[in-house]
Ligand binder design. Sequence first.
Ligand code: SAM
Length: 227
Amino acid sequence: MNVVDDKAVVKEYFNNTGFERWQRIYGDGEVNKVQLDIRTGHQQTVDTLLEWLAADNNLEGLSICDAGCGVGSLSIPLAQAKAIVYASDISEKMVGEAKENAAKLFGNNDNPTFSVQDLESLSGNYHTVVCLDVLIHYPQDKAAEMISHLASIAQSRLILSFAPKTPCLSLLKKIGSFFPGASKATRAYLHRETEIVQILEAQGFKIERKAMTKTRFYFSRMLEAVK
Ligand code: SAM
């Protein structure tokens, strides 16, 4: 499958069964044990990122692009912290849910702004670009293109998270207990950290902070790269 097919499949998935599944995982209603584990892991990734950004003490007014924003799990707390957030996602269902979640807190104000957009079509210039748990939908050979594009719209910082390609995760993926459910409908791609770092360095970034979130079914390596 090439990236265009992959992308079409991912889009279709996150507008249908994937939407049903992930809006439940990212929500606060009742879920099964596996989904609860993934919800907990994902929240840890979001919390770590919010801690990093809060520690810099410059969030107010900072422009942040949340590429592949899902249901707004990161965009909404960032807007609460008074960053100026530009959130987008390839799935209109995910964006619709994100808008509803934001409206419950902020009414119909324009921060975050949401758009239905494939991340390759994003333009502009943002102090910080964040792309959480989206690389799992990109094969390794397409990661460079995707990351280079995000780097081109990031003035100072690019924060990425991905499922790391380690022997243990590769085995879990093989036996099918890695991201169970999601991988049945979409391909889940693991990424070698050394390759991601090389791509970021080739774009003139250097790694500033790293974190790893690991629960039973959720694995996410997060890198903060700065220029
Ligand atoms: N970043 C969000 C978070 O951490 O809460 C959502 C993560 S979810 C696992 C992956 C999201 O990436 C989905 O909402 C999906 O629609 C979006 N996505 C996948 N490929 C994309 C692309 N090429 N452009 C924009 N969004 C994409």
